[in-house]
Write a protein that binds this ligand. Structure first.
Ligand code: HEM
Length: 434
């Protein structure tokens, strides 16, 4: 494959400020432009630091896999530690590897069979309540459903008021997240931030207590299976928070984007329904059936390509290194962006069109031209769980409901910590006659 390698010269201060401004206001467009103008490695000099955007799959693999020991998560991402404590999302090095090993066993493909009943039952209970002709706020519905499933799976219970307290504290924490790295004296000026953080910790504590008393949930099994006294109370608490926060929002976002796409592409919706009717019908799906839904899989992959919930990954260089002939100085920031690479016309024809069929002919796609779950030692260890959940929820809704849009255009991607919709996606649902 031809590698388009164009190194940019360090820019002047005004250009650097302009770049920062554009990044704050429209990061998707800014990164895409940078990649188009500068090629596979774009270099921007920002005051004292350098930033590199790497756009070629081979270079992405270097950062995430082959040279992973040269990079750590960006400091801004580590600031989540102030909210989460030392859990899997925030640890580094040997500590992170050890935690990954422990968690991998819980999220292994073979364990999905155990988790399927909770996913099936919660989804059925949830979508059976919809009324034909109703305008459903899919964004809110998917968040509630995936949170409910997470609570059942990870903690084996939903304690009273959990959903409400959690749903109240999360928007405040997300909005005020930039405060996290600032000292406690500054936090005190924002009582809402302190309150939301305290609420979140209380929710985790009450879930943990209940789960320990009942002896149910993935978290408790993990602690039992691996507890040779190596977990402190703080670590257990941090794990509980990681489970609460790490995944359900991304899973909900992916589902919301899928439904937005399906509502605006009725032929795709019909094909997905036909496959669901044929393979699963009115029963709850088995793991075997879930793995036998090629078209549904393509729809999910195409949505992950066009609307990756994690749209960019940032790393900081621990030491001087070299990628694709480019010297990367210690402390530089390196960005690899799913958004940019998943829309690269070298790998995808008509990259801005939603075409699930394209996945029939993409066997030769370079490994890191598609990396919605990251890669290397920090890869998402819950990929199988997320995919199982998404397929069950999609097929269970598709079997029972037709969805149609309330807006002419699909939602606009809005990047924050994750790739959200610019406003909540609302769709009209109609009961299928099956
Ligand atoms: C569609 C859903 C999801 C997507 C697209 C997604 C994507 C990702 C990506 C790209 C990373 C790597 C970040 C990096 O390299 O810096 C990651 C890490 C992680 N994900 Fe997911 N994820 C999803 C669902 C979940 C779920 C359901 C969980 C459940 C707990 C989860 C737990 C984690 C954890 C703990 C990490 C951190 C691993 C580490 O830093 O060592 N994810 N995820």
């Amino acid at each position: 494959m031809k590698t388009n390698l164009v190194l940019t010269q360090p820019q002047n201060k005004i250009a650097a400020l302009g770049f920062m401004w554009n990044m704050l206001h429209d990061p998707l467009h800014t990164l895409t432009e940078l990649a188009c103008e500068k090629g596979d490695i774009a270099r921007v000099k920002l005051c004292r630091q350098e930033l590199f955007l790497l756009n070629h799959p081979e270079f992405i693999e270097q950062v995430l896999v082959k040279q992973q020991e040269n990079f750590i998560k960006r400091t801004s991402e580590q600031h989540t530690q102030i909210i989460l404590g030392e859990g899997l999302l925030t640890s580094e090095g040997k500590e992170n590897l050890a935690q990954h090993r422990i968690f991998q066993s819980a999220f292994h493909r073979q364990r999905m069979e155990e988790y399927l009943p909770a996913i099936n039952e919660n989804t059925f209970a949830h979508v059976s309540k919809w009324q034909t002709g109703a305008r459903v706020d899919v964004s809110t519905e998917m968040i509630r459903l995936t949170l409910y499933i997470s609570l059942w799976l990870f903690f084996g219970c939903v304690t009273e008021g959990t959903l409400e307290r959690f749903s109240k504290s999360m928007p405040t924490l997300t909005r005020l997240f930039p405060l996290a790295p600032l000292p406690n004296t500054v936090h005190k000026l924002f009582p809402k931030f302190i309150q939301a953080r305290a609420d979140l910790h209380q929710v985790a504590e009450s879930l943990l207590k209940n789960s320990q008393t009942e002896g149910k949930g993935i978290l408790i099994s993990l602690l039992k299976e691996n507890n040779n006294g190596q977990f402190t109370n703080e670590q257990i608490h941090a794990y509980a928070l990681t489970f609460l926060l790490a995944g359900h929002e991304k899973t909900a976002l992916l589902l919301t984007w899928c439904w937005d796409m399906l509502a605006h592409h009725p032929q795709v919706q019909e094909k997905l329904q036909a496959e669901t009717d044929r393979v699963i019908g009115n029963r709850f799906p088995t793991m075997e059936e879930i793995q036998n839904l090629p078209y549904t899989n393509r729809v999910v992959k195409e949505t992950l390509r066009m609307r990756p919930p994690v749209w960019a990954i940032g790393r900081q260089a621990l030491k001087d290194c070299e990628i694709g002939g480019q010297h990367i100085p210690k402390n530089s920031t390196v960005i690899v962006s799913q958004w940019v690479t998943h829309h690269d016309a070298r790998f995808y024809d008509a990259p801005y069109q939603f075409l699930p069929e394209r996945w029939e002919n993409l066997e030769k796609l370079p490994r890191y031209a598609f990396f919605p779950f990251g890669g290397g030692s920090r890869t998402c260890n819950a990929e199988h769980l997320a995919m199982t959940e998404v397929i069950v929820i999609l097929t269970m809704i598709a079997r029972r409901w037709n969805v149609s849009p309330t807006q002419v255009e699909p939602a606009t991607p809005t990047p924050g910590v994750t790739l959200r919709t610019n406003k909540n996606v609302k769709l009209i649902v109609g009961r299928r006659d099956v």
